[in-house]
Design a protein around this ligand. Structure first.
Ligand SMILES: Nc1ncnc2c1ncn2[C@@H]1O[C@H](COP(=O)(O)OP(=O)(O)OP(=O)(O)O)[C@@H](O)[C@H]1O
Length: 307
């Protein structure tokens, strides 16, 4: 059985002659939490809409649970749960009444399912409170509950934490982690704020102007964004020896261009400079680099975010 839940090859959506999703290759594997990151207008919603069938691709291929077209693909879409925009609920109905309405409308069997999903999104105890009195976090969790009603294997969530306060973000994040770990639900979640997805995504896809810039695992991204002191010298091998001997340094890497990244002496940059100079190295530059995912994203898209 394929481990790939969602694969796109050259997926493109054009409005007129303008591509808003431009030859995107993307792979979401079973069990992943895939963070789709891009500024407003980058093409995230359009991409998700093509997956859900709400928008027809202009070009390219899309495979969902191994199905690439026709009735097969339509059948596989039934295995997805979608939250693209805040769904409309009846303001004067309770959480249970609203979901029961949708359950009947969608023909989802089983009267236990509403209680189960309310439990899963921590809304089981909202009693007689009506939707109009819900906080934004509760409203977003109602949207998630609706997406979960058909017990999906793949959840597609478009900016679900947009506008939530820090506490709401943590709650929503924990909920998704639980769904992923306890029900093995694969999740694709989009956001224009990368740190919102930190501690959640296991893989990232960075999209800008409709183009997929990079797909990278969370682990590889953490490595790239790890805090370090970066020095550039005239001879990296000789300088590394000096640092090993004088400072007992072990956790470092040598990059092309005689650059050394030091990970285990973050608060000793003056000492590093002194030891290198005393050891006869020509120190061309020394810089402390912070662990900041947002900076990484901004450097990749080449500018200041204008969300
Ligand atoms: N029906 C449409 N006709 C013409 N252009 C469209 C249409 N739908 C979207 N676009 C354009 O496509 C681009 C991508 O929009 P999309 O909504 O996919 O971006 P996004 O990354 O989801 O951003 P946001 O978070 O702001 O929704 C935007 O420039 C948008 O104006």
């Amino acid at each position: 059985m394929t481990q790939d839940v969602l694969v796109t090859h050259g997926l493109t959506k054009r409005y007129g002659n303008h591509p808003v999703v431009d030859r995107v290759n993307l792979t979401v594997e079973r069990g992943q939490i895939y963070g789709l990151v891009g500024r407003n207008g980058a093409g995230k919603t359009t991409l998700i809409r093509m997956v859900t069938g709400q928008s027809v691709p202009s070009d390219g291929e899309l495979s969902l649970f191994g199905a690439t077209g026709g009735k097969e693909l339509a059948a596989m879409r039934a295995r997805t749960g979608v939250m693209v925009e805040t769904p409309s609920f009846y303001p004067y109905l309770t959480a249970r009444q609203n979901l029961e309405y949708y359950r009947i409308q969608r023909g989802i069997p089983g009267d236990r399912v509403v209680d189960q999903v309310l439990e899963e999104v921590d809304l089981a105890n909202t009693g007689k409170k009506t939707f109009k009195n819900f906080s934004l976090g509760m409203k977003q969790r109602m949207g998630l509950a609706l997406a979960l009603m058909n017990r999906p294997d793949l959840l597609l969530l478009d900016e679900p934490i947009n506008g939530l306060d820090p506490e709401g973000i943590v709650e929503f994040r924990n909920l998704l982690l639980r769904l992923n770990q306890e029900h093995q639900t694969t999740i694709l979640i989009s956001s224009h704020i990368l740190p919102e997805l930190a501690n959640l995504a296991t893989c990232y896809g960075f999209i800008d102007n409709g183009v997929m810039l990079e797909e990278i695992t969370a682990q590889a991204l953490q490595e790239k964004c790890r805090a370090c002191i970066e020095v550039q010298v005239d001879d990296a091998s000789q300088a590394a020896l000096v640092l090993e001997k004088a400072l007992g340094m072990r956790d470092y890497e040598v990059l092309p261009g005689n650059i050394i990244r030091l990970y285990d002496c973050l608060d000793r940059s003056q000492e590093v400079a002194r030891v290198l100079v005393e050891g006869g190295a020509a120190l061309l530059s020394l810089e402390s680099r912070g662990a900041n995912l947002e900076d990484y994203f901004l450097s990749m898209i080449g500018g200041v975010r204008h969300a």
